[in-house]
Design a binder for this molecule. Sequence first.
Ligand SMILES: NC(=O)c1ccc[n+]([C@@H]2O[C@H](COP(=O)([O-])OP(=O)(O)OC[C@H]3O[C@@H](n4cnc5c(N)ncnc54)[C@H](OP(=O)(O)O)[C@@H]3O)[C@@H](O)[C@H]2O)c1
Length: 247
Amino acid sequence: MKQVLIAGISGAIGHALAVRLLEQDPGVSVVGLCRDPSAVAFSEDYSGRILLVPWNAADSCSAPAAAEKLKAVLSVETGLDAVIYAAGILHGPGMAPEKRLEDLDAQAIAHAFAVNATGFAMLIQAMSPWLRHRRFKRIVAVSARVGSITDNGFGGWYAYRSSKAALNMLVRNLSIELPRKYRPLACVAVHPGTTLSPLSKPFTRSLAQLRVHQPEETAANILSVAERLTEDDNGTFLSWDGSVIPW
Ligand SMILES: NC(=O)c1ccc[n+]([C@@H]2O[C@H](COP(=O)([O-])OP(=O)(O)OC[C@H]3O[C@@H](n4cnc5c(N)ncnc54)[C@H](OP(=O)(O)O)[C@@H]3O)[C@@H](O)[C@H]2O)c1
């Protein structure tokens, strides 16, 4: 993995993924997408190996605009070895995980779908010219175990769960279509494990019984899963320890 694109590089997991990639291999370059690149900081040791490009998952013009900017600095012939989608939303202004039907809000659901699911598909569409090379490529959508339909025995969190289930379906669809044009590749959904981050922070009390990872551990776990991927893993939903999660 020499050329890696990370969407959501401003997030706890996205940032930790970038730092780990840059730290472990001086030959790696990272393209990071986020809404506000000026709010993201990296050590000067990595200057020249990290490019930040503005992108908003909820804006349908944003992925093509990011691709235009990328074209100026990374040729499509050089290509991307990995695309990691680490953007996601669980709560925010006007948006909180729903406990019951009465809590559902159409705008909040639409926004969750835009960021957690649609943004991923539109990004892969925009970045597909960089996937034409013949090296093995990894497309990793950071999903969530709560997006598993089979695993849902608890209910609630309607917008988040259903948008992650939609993300999972997009991964599965792309795992069928992409190899026709861009083989060899593996397109997978990965549950990162519960991780301390702004996304999980409001739930730290209910997380007390769960194993909670630091973002650096999660980054190491996701990259270990990504590095071990082969074409046989294409179209699977994997947990941070490499085990398979039922869709
Ligand atoms: N933390 C956990 O326990 C946990 C568990 C399961 C799955 N996950 C998944 O892991 C991924 C990363 O989460 P995290 O824990 O690192 O949370 P985080 O620190 O809150 O990061 C969320 C990221 O999503 C980005 N984002 C939100 N809305 C966006 C938009 N409209 N356009 C572009 N980017 C947007 C944020 O960018 P801004 O800086 O611009 O807001 C940020 O980069 C998410 O997909 C999440 O669902 C996390």
